[in-house]
Design a protein around this ligand. Structure first.
Ligand code: SF4
Length: 143
């Protein structure tokens, strides 16, 4: 499985993507499933940027201060459903680092000032807790 935005799908909050050639190359000879937890959680695209303000008892707000935790939790649960459905065939999940859904080692600190802190996105945490091997575009190495 792979964060859809890394493949060039325009699922990012601002309606663009995070196309990553290293990820594309890595997946070249593999079968994969793209997913976007924030879309699966019912949020529109484009949407307001959101950050986690409490971890791991997740609380997520958007830049207007609106609580979008429910959407993030729903997206994480729906992603987990897909992962468990294909569990036997999944060797790893590639996630977009720093995202409040997909970040594996770093997330933004909730101040909307582009300050990174160690932490996991909501979906990454759910997948990690269920034992899936998590990779990111960063852990795969430079493009
Ligand atoms: Fe990409 Fe994940 Fe954000 Fe969706 S939620 S745009 S897959 S980083």
């Amino acid at each position: 499985m792979v964060s859809a935005c890394l493949l060039g799908l325009n699922t990012k909050y601002d309606g663009t993507n995070n196309l990553n050639q290293k990820v594309l190359k890595f997946l070249n000879d593999k079968v994969f499933i793209p997913f976007c937890p924030e879309q699966l959680g019912g949020l529109p695209t484009p949407r307001l940027p959101a950050e986690i303000i409490s971890f791991p008892d997740f609380k997520v707000i958007n830049i207007n201060g609106e609580d979008v935790t429910e959407n993030f939790l729903r997206g994480a649960k729906e992603t987990l459903k897909i992962a468990r459905f294909y569990e036997k065939n999944i060797s790893g999940i590639i996630l977009k680092e720093k995202s409040p859904s997909c970040g594996v080692k770093y997330i933004y600190d909730g101040s909307f000032q582009k300050k990174l802190i160690p932490g996991m996105g909501v979906t990454a945490y759910f997948l990690f807790k269920h034992g899936f091997k998590l990779l990111t575009e960063v852990s795969l190495g430079r493009e």
